[in-house]
Design a protein around this ligand. Structure first.
Ligand code: XIL
Length: 316
């Protein structure tokens, strides 16, 4: 294998993966593959930088697993993407149960960001500052942040992140915004207004949790309009799942779909890179979240490259 990151790097991009629970991982084959900087040049923590992991009770911060992961990535010659500072999900109860005044919740957000992003200041390539702000129809998602502060929680979080770690690229990240539609239109309107107001924002993350042959083929046009705002774009959580069992036909469709997504990134000069949401199918979040579906990644449970791997390598 020549290595996906090496191939991406030759085109000025990166290729990365996401990892969870590394501290307790006893799978040398997984670690060898995931930690191979020829394949993956950048690493994202699947869970350990989320609010429930980093500030489980107010003002009490825990960084053991995030620290472990960051050191591991560095030891393996990888950059690091931080995921995520302000998100409605995986929030500890003390935050999600709400009851805060506007100004109290703003100071809770600012303290969370200055402490978590402050710990890793200068060490991260990027932060997903805000994750998943939108509903499918493009309205803002109900959350303790939106309900208490309104859409202003987004610029508040971005400004706090910039003030804390000026060298990290700051992203807003969401799913089902990959193609043109109500949700991506809402993201575009938000990005346009933040740029116009000179709110610190460097990029838009497109999660790209896709289903085989079930997405609209408008990724390039969609990505291009964000790039035209002067923003980077990144594919941050790519996986392409299908209903099990695995068949050769499904693997072939999946390979073609992956190739399409990679080409959509390569066609946009501002598309900085691609991260898959874990390395091999046995570690994917898909089977537990979407029962009956799976096999969404580039490597199978034996850590063998699938047709999709070769399709991605060919595209790169
Ligand atoms: C997922 C993790 O992979 C799971 O382990 C966890 O149980 C739930 O969250 N969009 C995101 C990621 O931004 O944080 C999610 O990660 C997957 C969907």
């Amino acid at each position: 294998l020549r290595g996906l990151h090496n191939l991406a790097k030759a085109k000025g991009r990166y290729f990365g993966t996401a990892i969870d629970g590394l501290q307790n991982n006893n799978d040398p084959a997984y670690q060898a593959l995931t930690g191979n900087p020829a394949e993956f040049g950048i690493s994202t923590a699947g869970n350990s930088l989320k609010w429930d992991a980093t500030e489980p009770s107010r003002g009490t911060f825990t960084f053991t697993s995030a620290d472990y992961h960051l050191k591991w990535a560095k030891d393996h010659g990888q950059l690091y993407r931080g995921h995520t500072l302000v998100w409605h999900s995986q929030l500890p109860n003390w935050v999600s149960s709400g009851g805060f005044s506007n100004s109290t919740l703003i100071s809770i957000i600012e303290n969370h960001i200055s402490t978590v992003a402050g710990r890793y200041k200068g060490q991260l390539y990027a932060w997903d500052v805000v994750n998943e702000p939108f509903n499918e129809d493009g309205t803002y998602r109900t959350s303790v942040f939106y309900n208490t502060i309104g859409p202003a929680f987004i610029p508040i979080a971005l400004r706090a992140a910039r003030a804390t770690d000026p060298s990290a690229k700051l992203y807003i990240n969401d799913y089902n915004t990959d193609w043109i539609g109500s949700k991506s239109n809402a993201m575009y309107a938000l990005a346009q207004s933040l740029v116009a107001q000179k709110v610190p924002l460097d990029g838009i993350g497109f999660q790209a949790h896709l289903i085989v042959n079930s997405f609209e083929r408008t990724l390039p046009t969609n990505f291009q309009r964000f790039a035209a705002l002067g923003l980077d774009i990144a594919i941050t959580e790519l996986d392409i799942r299908f209903k099990l069992p695995v068949t050769d036909a499904l693997l072939a469709s999946q390979a073609e779909n992956y190739q399409y997504v990679v080409n959509a990134c390569l066609g946009i000069s501002r598309c900085v890179g691609i991260t898959t949401w874990d390395t091999s199918d046995d570690y994917s979040w898909v089977p537990s979240t979407f029962p009956g579906e799976g096999a969404a990644l580039l490597f199978d449970a034996n850590k063998s490259p699938k047709p999709a791997y070769y399709a991605v390598a060919n595209a790169l």
